[in-house]
Write a protein that binds this ligand. Structure first.
Ligand SMILES: Cc1ncc(COP(=O)(O)O)c(C=O)c1O
Length: 454
């Protein structure tokens, strides 16, 4: 029987870790105060205020799997820019391509294609199995454009997503299921319309819920990650993703898989791992090795449907595209990263490291009799303060614990380990080492020992 957490110990441990953090990061604190004079909230993007400790550490250098802050503290980086740096920081292949683009042949952005574009398209086709590709600057844009195309070809307005999903800043996706009703997600900033008008939410792994939502004939597209990754990792049950695809096809809805995070599952992403082929696939974040780049793929059938729309303005102001999308710098970086970093060998290494990480965490959870679990999706792992592992977003959300999040993040940072600021995700890059994984295991065990009830 798990013994659980001693809340009094947890509270005093947080206070002690906060003092240590403040003493180690005085330079970051000063820079944060200065930044507040000109940056809203003191940071370049509001998400950076998610870090615990009162302010984020300001970084001076980042290379491979290591970050050094302005106070000279060095960190093993398991956060990897919340997946944007899954290739490792400034990998050589990407850096060479960026340098060639900027200082070699030159030309960062034009309104012309070059040979990198088709090379990237071929690489993505080989990995993900979809025939045709378009490029964007972010996964958010890939999702927005995929949804527009799905509405265009089906003539329908609504989309289906899973409760507690996250697909970027896409208006239609900010919903959760509350007492069986689709509701705007708490804290949704300035929605143009109530998203329950545009969207139906269903719990992940609920195939009957999916069929019921499709039955009305209103759904243009189902947009989902192959495994939820933004409310902890919630894995699909056997056959769920294939059944969703079948239901979508029967109902004439477009099946879109968002592989932005689940690319961690392996060389061909989680769709190929779980044996499902969508009509469209969206991705971004890691593909450019840190340089902004996103992509979306279409099956040949979907491409034909898209092409057969006489009223759609694809080549000007119809609502698809972007001036800098498909720019030469992004494409050069993406080509180099896909061909030189995200290789089958590197995925095998990254996944082996994540397995080692998960096993270390599992052993500590068991040793300290904590009612927690750790999930793995290829190179990505995440611990969650509930057991057994969640089957859907609602169950996983119920396992959130802000005090434990704060404690574990601070404990790790004070010992030179960065976890992603959003819950407790750890990602392995090709540059991550076994020693770095073992350091985390040791610290995690110490962190558990300090707060476990006896
Ligand atoms: C699954 C998924 N899709 C899309 C996005 C959006 O990515 P970006 O913020 O780079 O546009 C995210 C961001 O976290 C994501 O997790």
């Amino acid at each position: 029987m798990p013994a659980g957490v001693d809340r009094a110990k947890l509270e005093s441990a947080i206070a002690s870790e906060e003092r240590t953090f403040a003493a180690r990061t005085t330079g970051s604190r000063v820079m944060f105060e200065e930044s507040k004079q000109v940056l809203l909230g003191g940071v370049p993007i509001s998400w950076m205020n998610k870090w615990v400790g009162g302010y984020p550490v300001f970084f001076a250098r980042a290379k491979g799997s290591t970050i050094t802050d302005v106070d000279g503290n060095s960190y093993i980086d398991f956060s990897l820019g919340d997946t944007g740096a899954m290739a490792g920081h400034s990998p050589e292949a990407t850096a060479d391509a960026v340098s060639e683009r900027t200082r070699g042949s030159g030309g960062i952005t034009t309104m012309l294609p070059n040979s990198d574009a088709a090379a990237v398209g071929r690489n993505l086709r080989e990995r993900f199995g979809l025939e045709y590709w378009q490029f964007t600057l972010s996964a958010t844009d890939s999702n927005r454009f995929a949804l527009r195309l799905a509405r265009q070809v089906t003539g329908r307005k609504k989309i289906l997503v899973f409760s507690w999903c996250y697909h970027g800043t896409v208006d239609e996706t900010f919903v959760t299921l509350v007492d069986g009703m689709t509701r705007s997600r708490a804290g949704n900033v300035g929605p143009a319309v109530d998203p329950s008008l545009t969207t139906v939410a269903v719990e992940f792994n609920d195939i009957e819920g999916v069929r019921k939502a499709l039955a009305g004939g209103e759904i243009a597209a189902i947009l989902t990650e192959p495994a939820l990754t933004n409310i902890g990792i919630v894995l699909p049950e056997d056959g769920f993703l294939a059944a969703v695809g079948e239901a979508a096809r029967e109902a004439g809805a477009v099946y879109i898989l968002d592989e932005t995070h689940t690319f961690s599952a392996g060389w061909g992403g989680a769709g190929s791992l779980f044996g499902v082929r969508p009509d469209m696939l969206t991705i971004g974040k890691s593909l450019g090795g840190g340089v902004p780049f996103g992509a979306y793929g279409l099956s040949a059938d979907m491409a034909r449907l898209v092409a057969s729309q006489p009223d759609a303005d694809y080549v000007d102001t119809g609502g698809i595209g972007g001036t800098l999308a498909g720019n030469a710098l992004s494409l050069g970086a993406a080509r180099a990263t896909l061909e030189g970093v995200f290789t089958r060998d590197n995925f095998a290494r990254m996944i082996a490291l994540a397995t080692r990480f998960r096993e270390g965490v599992e052993a500590a959870i068991e040793r300290h009799r904590l009612p927690w679990t750790v999930a793995q999706l290829g190179a990505r792992t995440e611990y969650r303060f509930r057991s057994p592992q969640a089957r859907n977003g609602a169950e996983s959300a119920a396992g959130a614990d802000d005090a434990l999040d704060t404690y574990l993040h601070l404990f790790m940072m004070n010992r030179g380990v960065l976890m992603t600021p959003f819950h407790n995700m750890a990602l392995m890059s090709p540059a991550t080492t076994e020693d770095q994984v073992d350091s985390h295991t040791k610290f995690f065990d110490e962190a558990c020992a300090a707060i476990a009830a006896r």
